[in-house]
Design a protein. Structure first.
Length: 168
């Protein structure tokens, strides 16, 4: 007959710890087994845009970077079908990334800067015209570090997955 440890006993505390550790191990294994998001899984059609909309200057951030945004808004879409993904330097090994909707001129900010990417990474931002997936490699706002997967939907970037570097 199977008996359970009595309440308050050392056996009960040990039993609970083992259960918590086992649950954590199962969750960790499940998370590790999930593969990284792929561009093909977030495919979109590339729009044909003959003339880009003027960039919309609606807030303090847009006014601060108005020259950079206006210049970028004249480029061809390179991300998520009809967006212009661009970035500019904000210090040594530091970028401010932003997406501009070429159809409407709406500016979509990522709420962080990207810096300190590994030496073997020559593109800290990886993206495609035919996908809404954005891969960020490095530190966000100089914190942590790793590879981060974002998807652009409804003019917002949402984090899909974070793979933190163990040394961060």
């Amino acid at each position: 007959m199977l008996t359970t440890p009595e309440k308050g006993s050392m056996k009960l505390r040990l039993f609970r710890r083992i259960c918590v550790i086992a649950l954590f191990a199962v969750q960790l294994c499940a998370a590790e087994s999930q593969s990284a998001p792929q561009f093909e899984s977030y495919a979109t059609k590339a729009d044909v845009i003959t003339k880009n909309a003027e960039v919309r200057i609606t807030g303090k951030m847009e006014r601060t970077y108005i020259t950079r945004l206006r210049y970028a808004a004249k480029q061809k879409p390179n991300f998520a079908g009809h967006y212009i993904l661009t970035a500019w330097g904000c210090g040594a090994s530091c970028l401010v990334p932003v997406a501009i909707d070429a159809r409407t001129g709406v500016v979509v900010w990522l709420n962080f800067s990207v810096c300190c990417w590994p030496l073997d990474v020559d593109k800290p931002l990886e993206f495609k015209l035919t996908s809404t997936l954005l891969i960020v490699r490095g530190s966000r706002n100089e914190n942590g570090g790793g590879t981060y997967y974002y998807v652009l939907k409804d003019q917002r970037f949402s984090l899909l997955k974070a793979e933190e570097n163990p040394s961060s």
